[in-house]
Design a protein around this ligand. Sequence first.
Ligand SMILES: NC(=O)c1ccc[n+]([C@@H]2O[C@H](COP(=O)([O-])OP(=O)(O)OC[C@H]3O[C@@H](n4cnc5c(N)ncnc54)[C@H](O)[C@@H]3O)[C@@H](O)[C@H]2O)c1
Length: 254
Amino acid sequence: MKLEGRVAIVTGAGGGIGSAVARAFAAEGADLCLADLGPVPHLVAECRALGRRAIDVPTDVTRHGQVRDMVQSAVTALGKVDILVSVAGTVSFGSAEELPEAEWDRVLEVNLKGTFLCCQAVIPVMRGRRYGRIINIGSVVGKSGGNARPWLDRSELSRAANVAYGVSKAGVHALTVFLARELAGDGITVNAVAPGPVASAMTADFPEQLRSLIPVGRMGTADEVAQACVFLASESAGFITAEILDVNGGMWGG
Ligand SMILES: NC(=O)c1ccc[n+]([C@@H]2O[C@H](COP(=O)([O-])OP(=O)(O)OC[C@H]3O[C@@H](n4cnc5c(N)ncnc54)[C@H](O)[C@@H]3O)[C@@H](O)[C@H]2O)c1
């Protein structure tokens, strides 16, 4: 198993990608601290059924104190933190022209500040043991600058991820590279996975026609994102840091 004996925190664990990451990590031998806004008892039970230790620590990643307490709970209950997978996120739709200021703040707060607070909270724990794997979830939209569909058909604009989402994910990519350089001498790698459209609650309203814009001709699966995270969290990826790994079916290669 690729993650045997490792302890991982997964935020956004109740969502499509977060729960897939938790299952994949448990299958590869990791013990888990599962953090989402509310409890995730079924996921805890699934991980325990695989023979892993798992704790359920409801956490709002935008709250510094809650994030700090969640990391402390992981250390207390599971002994250490080897891996952070920062998956918690939110999306919003619509044109930049109509985006309310409060929506900009909400999206940046969850996706960018929340990711930062989680990374910041695990640094001293990982540094102390001179080992760590931090994996953030970015997005193809953070690289490409937007969904091509509304530029082809402006009537689709209201269903395209908006500028706040793309900017927040570009920020996650920059944060990832910055931290990778800062922590490179401490045995800690920091990478991001940048998914294209993945079937989940977040993409439930995605236009069916969008598939035609994905070169492989289908949306991704949460497990395909999870397996990229397993690789980046594994021993095999020890020389990979500051990488933003595309998992997007060929939508964007930059
Ligand atoms: N689904 C896609 O197509 C896609 C593509 C690219 C990137 N992503 C990114 O992947 C991540 C997971 O997305 P998903 O598709 O699983 O969506 P999802 O909506 O199924 O899951 C998101 C999870 O984050 C949690 N969350 C939201 N705000 C939180 C907060 N303040 N504190 C703690 N948890 C919070 C939600 O409760 C939810 O369980 C997100 O960061 C998203 O931006 C998704």
